[in-house]
Write a protein that binds this ligand. Structure first.
Ligand code: GLC
Length: 562
């Protein structure tokens, strides 16, 4: 069957690097490309196949590189194009592929196209962006930006407004203009010719807006919701098919689209096994389960039954039709062990391993975010002054100033959900600043680096690092982990996540205790025989038993060859 076609990107494990926070080689407090090159052996040891590199392009850093001012130049803090080439070469020598972040829903306002575009209404670059007249002295419509305030900025020069779904320094490109598409495709081809191996496409589901740009439903912030008119918009599939034809199909690439607001039905189009658009998408349904009334800002804990329902829906409904990406963490999400696990001293490692097991045994391509393989935790913020992220800073200011959320409560919410939680520097060892920099880090290192760091974990066989290494290697030796069909067991259980995978004459059972309590678990009869092999477990466990007692955060995976 087409969908079960075996390909390297289905069998790969991707590791995301957020370069600013990974490894600083020159002591300026900011991670860089030479720092990444130094650490490639570490990644080889972990066993990953592909690196997704968050943006390294020239950028004024309003949104840490997601605001690009030149797609064919390297951010000066990160090094030079020669440094990039060295990194790419060494990665390839080690058998590691490089997937670039492609941020083309918007550019920086300092990009040459925008500098031209804002000069005059008849500038050849005017239509590269989305300009509109104001309505009765106000914005063209009521859309709010993702980072607070209106999604429109007034530009005096031509007395018009431009659209920015993200910050004011991230104007949206006009994808309806064929010249914009061609520029983007040319730039992508240039990178492909350099030898890169794929693209992670930033908010790609937002590139096509409904032409009339209608007002959206007004939410708590007082602004209208743009999503019905911008997410998975009218021409998005057409444009991605054109991209596929003009770029992607010419190379052997791994591609993943970040698709906010994507449904299973839409994902089947983006990531269809027919291969006309992308390989896979990042969906957000499981990450949005603890969203609240004031957008994502709250303390709500995700209910396991809801999580299972969402994960299982994606597992079963894409089966044979499209391909899943699997992730708990990235540079926009808080640390998973603090969110779904338990970051207390007693249970941090156990729960980090359990979460890794639960995700890595599913069908799809797993993504590991830097530090996840160490069980890194959220940061203990002490004051709003500690926030560095534009989203956190703006949200705190806007919602407290408007009196929508009380400052103390908002501080708690932002501390829990801030993107900064995942952006604190990678913890390499127990020396100053966790070995990340010899200078002053651009964002504070989590003080727990003395106990949680790569050096210590690499030396200790039962560490989270070694456990992730094993999870990754199991995927290489057992096809069932890549291609097996998923089936959820015990959907109503609030503490236990159990599922099976089946392929040909094999069956895999995955059992994960998401609680800090002991649980009784009756093993399905088919897994009670003597021929059952335990593939991985986060506690000492010699064998499976008919009536099992699962210890807090216990995870165990066993295989039955029929
Ligand atoms: C994506 C990125 C995020 C960025 C935003 C705007 O969601 O992952 O970090 O702020 O797009 O580019």
């Amino acid at each position: 069957m087409e969908s079960n076609k075996k390909t390297w990107w289905k069998e790969s494990v991707v590791y995301q690097i957020y370069p600013r926070s990974f490894c600083d080689s020159d002591g300026d407090g900011i991670g860089d490309l030479n720092g990444i090159t130094e650490k490639l052996e570490y990644l080889k040891e972990l066993g990953i196949d592909v690196i997704w590199l968050s943006p390294v392009y020239q950028s004024p850093n309003d949104d840490n590189g997601y605001d690009i001012s030149d797609y064919q130049a390297i951010m000066k803090e990160f090094g030079t194009m020669e440094d990039y080439d060295c990194m790419l070469q060494k990665a390839h020598d080690l058998g590691i592929k490089i997937m670039m972040d492609l941020v083309v829903n918007h550019t920086s306002d300092e990009h040459a196209w925008f500098v031209e575009s804002r000069k005059s209404k008849d500038n050849p670059y005017r239509d590269y962006y989305i300009w509109r007249e104001g309505k009765e002295g106000k914005e063209p419509n009521n859309w709010g930006s993702c980072f607070g305030g209106s999604a429109w900025k007034y530009d005096e020069k031509t007395d018009m407004y431009f659209l920015h779904l993200f910050s004011q320094k991230q104007p949206d490109l006009n994808w309806d203009n064929p010249k914009v598409r061609q520029e983007v495709f040319d730039m992508m081809n240039w990178w492909c010719e350099k030898g890169i191996d794929g693209f992670r496409m930033d908010v790609i589901s937002l590139i096509s807006k409904v032409a009339e740009l209608p007002d959206g439903e007004v939410g708590k912030s007082g602004y209208g919701d743009y999503s019905p008119y911008a997410a998975n918009g009218p021409h998005v599939h057409e444009y991605l098919q054109e991209m596929n034809e003009k770029v992607l199909s010419k190379y052997d690439l791994i591609t993943v689209g970040e698709c906010s607001g994507v449904t299973v039905e839409e994902a089947k189009k983006y990531a269809s096994s027919a291969g006309k658009e992308l390989n896979m998408v990042f969906q957000f349904e499981h990450m949005d389960l603890d969203g609240g009334e004031s957008f994502k800002w709250n303390h709500r804990k995700i209910r396991l039954t809801e999580l299972k329902e969402v994960m299982s829906k994606w597992q079963t409904q894409l089966q044979d039709k499209a391909w899943n990406s699997l992730y708990w963490c990235n540079h926009d999400q808080p640390r998973i062990v603090s969110r779904l696990g338990n970051d207390s001293e007693r249970y941090r490692e156990l729960s980090a391993k359990m979460l890794g097991t639960c995700l890595h045994m599913m069908q799809g391509t797993p993504y590991v975010y830097q530090g996840e393989e160490l069980g890194m935790t959220n940061y203990p913020f002490a004051s709003p002054k500690d926030f560095r992220d534009i989203e956190s800073i703006n949200a705190y200011q806007e919602l407290t100033e408007k009196g929508i959320v009380e400052p103390e409560e908002m501080f708690d919410f932002v501390s829990y959900k801030s993107r900064d939680n995942s952006r604190t520097p990678m913890q390499w060892d127990d020396s100053a600043n966790g070995g990340f920099t010899t200078g002053t880090p651009w964002i504070s290192v989590n003080p727990n680096y003395k106990t949680i760091n790569a050096k210590e974990q690499m030396q200790r066989e039962d560490s989270v690092f070694h456990y992730y290494k094993k999870l990754i290697s199991l995927r290489k030796s057992h096809e069932i982990i890549v291609y097996g069909t998923y089936e959820l067991l015990l959907p109503e259980d609030e503490k236990l996540y159990a599922y099976t995978r089946s392929l040909d004459n094999e069956k895999l059972l995955v059992v994960c205790n998401f609680s800090d309590e002991e649980l009784k678990y009756e093993l399905p009869a088919e897994f009670c025989g003597a021929d059952i092999q335990i593939l991985i477990a986060n506690y000492q466990r010699e064998q499976m038993e008919k009536n099992m007692i699962l210890r807090p955060y216990e995870a165990v995976v066993c295989l039955k060859a029929q």
